[in-house]
Design a protein around this ligand. Structure first.
Ligand SMILES: Cc1cc2nc3c(=O)[nH]c(=O)nc-3n(C[C@H](O)[C@H](O)[C@H](O)COP(=O)(O)OP(=O)(O)OC[C@H]3O[C@@H](n4cnc5c(N)ncnc54)[C@H](O)[C@@H]3O)c2cc1C
Length: 394
């Protein structure tokens, strides 16, 4: 049996990006995914414009809509538009977007097996071996765990806590292009319609991707009921209903002690709980960590080593303090959504500045520091916010 330079388990954005970069460096790569592509992935499908910095190929064919900001509501009331003149992100359908990335990895030289689930990962005798559900065994010098939320690598090898996840529900609502509903060019975000989280409507060419996410312990009724309420009240959803819904978990970042490397295995994207805990943005982080993993593996291969600890250091340096600041922002916003919404209504430049964080032009750390100092230095704004928040539905 041949030994690959690396096996990539899971070929979503994180795995495909790692495989693409590694194969482009001339390494022998095997990617394995339990699904056949194109496959559905429950997701809002908004990629931030930061993604363009990670790729060196065109994704225009799979962009469904350019996003210039958002229309915010509180429990479907009191609309606030925050729009800017350059794109914050792009809406994609994940089946098409992920297939494009997988094709890029293949074209770069990665061997890919679709429709086989990895059911065992073992490190032995200076190599890693994986066993698939059809009984095939493959060996490699190292392994990239890119098998997403609740995947075998995060759960069994890295012992990451599967309970540290947000819960979500989504629906894809078909829309008729010829009806030109004027929903394009922005996201629709609602606060207050679900406790400790938010709801969204993301327009695509033929669908509205609708969903909400929160912490399971905050739910006061079934998650489907919150979604039904959104459909009944939100202006953008007038005349639409959710035929089918999908539930999924979002493995958000939860601790500075999180380990994304063990021996010859590392995790990228959702497998490593590398999701922004404020927004739930994960596609960029999956692709970026896929790229970082490839950089470390390729440089180690050039030296004839397999020491993956530089990847842990890189991820900590680049993302952990950012995710810590995003966690603090979550507590501030989601613990007091009414107060937050009223404050934002009175000071729209807060969200205008936050769009810069999404575009990668400002960090969560500097944004959070700025926000707190602003709130502290203008207590009358907070008092105003408090009075206005009393007029919002409880
Ligand atoms: C409801 C919802 C809405 C979201 N909205 C957004 C958004 O708008 N923007 C954004 O940036 N992020 C969003 N996210 C997060 C985003 O979907 C993820 O962060 C992103 O998909 C992570 O990519 P990944 O490659 O790490 O994992 P995934 O995309 O989950 O890919 C993992 C792959 O591994 C495969 N796999 C799993 N187990 C095995 C196995 N044992 N053997 C072989 N293959 C396996 C799966 O089939 C899958 O193809 C959302 C998430 C949810 C749940």
């Amino acid at each position: 049996m041949g030994v690959y330079d690396a096996i990539v388990v899971g070929m979503g954005p994180g795995g495909a990006m790692a495989a693409y970069r590694l194969a482009s460096e001339g390494l022998s790569i095997l990617g394995i995914d339990k699904e056949r592509f194109p496959r559905y992935k429950s997701c809002g499908g908004c990629i931030s414009s930061k993604v363009l910095r990670v790729i060196d190929f065109d994704i225009e064919d799979v962009i469904e809509d350019e996003v210039y900001g958002a229309t915010f509501t509180y429990k479907s009331n009191r609309t606030v538009d925050i729009l800017c003149d350059k794109p914050v992100g792009f809406n994609v359908m994940r089946d098409k977007f992920d297939k494009l990335l997988l094709d890029k990895a293949r074209a770069a030289g990665a061997e890919v097996i679709e429709g086989e689930r990895v059911k065992e990962v073992m490190e032995e005798g200076g190599a890693v071996s994986v066993l698939t559900d059809s009984g095939k065994r493959f060996m490699a010098r190292c392994l990239v765990g890119a098998d997403g939320a609740g995947g075998i690598v995060g759960r069994e090898i890295l012992k990451l806590n599967p309970k540290e996840c947000a819960v979500s529900i989504t629906a894809e609502v078909p829309i008729r292009r010829d009806s030109e509903n004027g929903l394009d060019g922005r996201l629709y975000i609602d606060f207050g319609s679900v406790p400790y989280g938010y709801s969204w409507v993301f327009p695509k060419k033929d669908f509205l991707s609708v969903g909400l996410a929160t912490e399971a312990k905050r739910l006061k009724k079934g998650i489907k009921e919150y979604l039904a309420d959104l459909f009944n009240t939100h202006e953008a959803l007038r005349g639409f209903y959710a035929e089918e819904t999908t539930g999924w978990t979002i493995p958000i970042y939860y601790s500075e002690a999180q380990k994304v490397v063990k021996g010859r295995c590392l995790a990228v994207g959702d497998a490593g709980h590398l999701v922004d805990p404020f927004l739930g943005e994960g596609i960029y982080f999956a692709m970026k960590t896929g790229e970082m993993a490839a950089e470390v593996i390729a440089s180690q291969a050039a030296k004839g080593h397999v020491d993956l600890t530089p990847y842990q250091e890189m991820v900590e340096r680049e993302f952990f303090s950012e995710f810590e600041a995003a966690s603090k922002l979550s507590k501030l916003v989601y613990s007091h959504p009414r107060m937050w919404y009223a404050t934002m209504e009175g000071s729209p430049h807060i969200m205008e500045r936050y769009l810069m964080v999404i575009r990668g032009e400002e960090t969560y750390t500097t944004f959070y520091r700025w926000l707190v100092s602003k709130l502290k230095s203008r207590p009358w704004k907070l008092a105003q916010g408090w009075f206005k928040s009393r007029l919002l539905p409880a």
